[in-house]
Design a protein around this ligand. Structure first.
Ligand SMILES: [Zn+2]
Length: 438
């Protein structure tokens, strides 16, 4: 999600007392071909899904045969999502009041944990996030955001590093940098601040010293830098979100932004960078591959880019995932915003991108199932999780179980949650020791 955007006015109402408990949607074209993402991997699908799955094909199924979907309770089928994974979503944006809704999403989708990249920056905002994230103790890791307001201050880098340090001491787990760096933040001379500006070196360095990762989103899809007209392959999306267009002379080129980022991460080998959105170059996996090979301090997340990297052949993407199986984090770019209205919560959702019709909670199962299907099946060509991102199909990559486990949760556990939870328990021990001091 773009941190600059105000949320779409996608409002659904639900009672905090439980009216959020809408039933799961009826099996649709996705549910009919994907096994429920259930806790037991060998569990057969629910009766409604079983009967639906015996239909010959779904509306968006261009490849499956009618005989393929019936035997996965006995032998491992590669044609349907296997399910049964615990999952960490490494790329979400959750507002402080959203946790009652987030809890329901987690329960239904078997999401064990998530990184909330929108943890805010001001002390009051940080406190609001920390207090409310504790409604799901140990399950949501907050990342600190930068306030660019005082960028012209000569000490900006150090001051921001100090703020990050304060946030980490309070319980934050990392730093998130939005694409505003490179595309929006300007210095007093009116120039865009380059991604590799030395002004920010103290910040990157401090993140490394603190042992917290930096998720960084630089540039955007290639199509967002091309003319926003009906011939643009992402026109539907650009029409909904015109400020996602970076076409024109006032913006740096996409590759110059990515190259500046690459120079910056090379200068900070002791800091771990999570390059959001498949390094923001899913269009060119060779570039991302070269980057990962050259720099040990980098990992990527998959958020909101299956539509792009899924366009390459399944063989190519599978090879990439196998090669970098320890350095890819599953993420979706799920956003949940909520505000109390009397005894109700008004909420709005963001499922990886804007939509023509605002999404509701009922859209969430299909959103996640389309992810499972891409990673877990060997079908030929399927709908990607975020249809507005383009009128094409993607080619599922059928990852082996041990690789799926790493991508779905083990890598994020190792890189983000284990260090964070370790610090938290150390702090608790210190706090307890203090409280016992007479
Ligand atoms: Zn995002």
């Amino acid at each position: 999600m773009d941190d600059r955007l105000t949320w779409l006015v996608a409002i659904g109402m639900c009672l905090t007392s439980g009216a959020c408990d809408r039933p799961d949607p009826k099996p649709d074209e996705d549910a009919s071909t994907i096994q429920r993402h259930s806790a037991a991997s060998t569990e057969s699908s629910s009766p409604s899904e079983t009967s639906a799955s015996s239909k010959t094909s779904s509306a968006d199924d261009t490849s499956s045969s009618s005989s393929s979907a019936s035997s996965d309770s006995e032998t491992r089928s590669t044609h349907r999502a296997r399910g049964g994974w615990k999952v960490i979503d490494a790329h979400t944006h959750l507002q402080p009041y959203a946790y009652p809704i987030v809890r329901k999403i987690f329960e239904r989708q078997r999401i064990r944990r998530a990184i909330n990249l929108s943890g805010g920056h001001a002390p009051e905002a940080r406190k609001a996030h920390l207090d409310r994230a504790d409604q799901l103790p140990g399950r949501v890791a907050l990342f600190f955001n930068v306030d660019w307001e005082s960028i012209d201050d000569p000490d900006f880098g150090k001051q921001t590093a100090d703020e990050l340090e304060a946030a980490v001491r309070e319980g934050f787990a990392g730093l998130k940098i939005s694409k505003a760096l490179g595309l929006e933040v300007k210095t007093e001379d009116g120039e865009l601040l380059p991604v590799d500006t030395p002004r920010l070196d103290p910040l990157w360095k401090r993140a490394g010293e603190l042992g917290v990762p930096v998720t960084i989103h630089t540039a955007d899809p290639k199509a967002f830098f091309e003319k926003p007209d009906p011939d643009n392959e992402r026109w539907k999306e650009l029409k909904q979100a015109p400020d996602w267009s970076f076409h024109g002379d006032e913006y740096p080129s996409r590759m110059s932004l990515l190259k500046a980022r690459d120079r910056m991460v090379a200068r900070h080998p002791d800091t771990t960078f999570i390059l959001a959105h498949m390094g923001n170059n899913p269009e060119n996996l060779d570039h991302v591959e070269n980057l990962l090979e050259t720099h040990d301090n980098l990992v990527v997340d998959t958020s909101a880019r299956i539509a792009e990297f899924g366009r390459h052949s399944a063989e190519r993407v599978r090879e990439f995932f196998l090669k970098f199986q320890d350095r890819i984090l599953f993420g979706t770019d799920l956003g949940v915003q909520a505000q109390p209205r009397g005894d109700r919560l008004a909420y709005s959702l963001f499922l990886g991108s804007v939509r023509e019709e605002p999404p509701t909670l009922e859209d969430i199962p299909v959103f996640y199932k389309r992810h499972w299907r891409y990673f877990e099946t060997d079908r030929d060509a399927v709908q990607h999780p975020i249809p507005i991102q383009g009128d094409w199909k993607v080619h599922p990559i059928d990852l082996p179980d041990d690789v799926l486990a790493k991508i779905y949760w083990k890598n994020t556990e190792r890189i983000v949650f284990a260090p964070w939870l370790g610090r938290r328990s150390a702090h608790h021990i210190v706090d307890r020791a203090r409280s016992m001091t007479p």
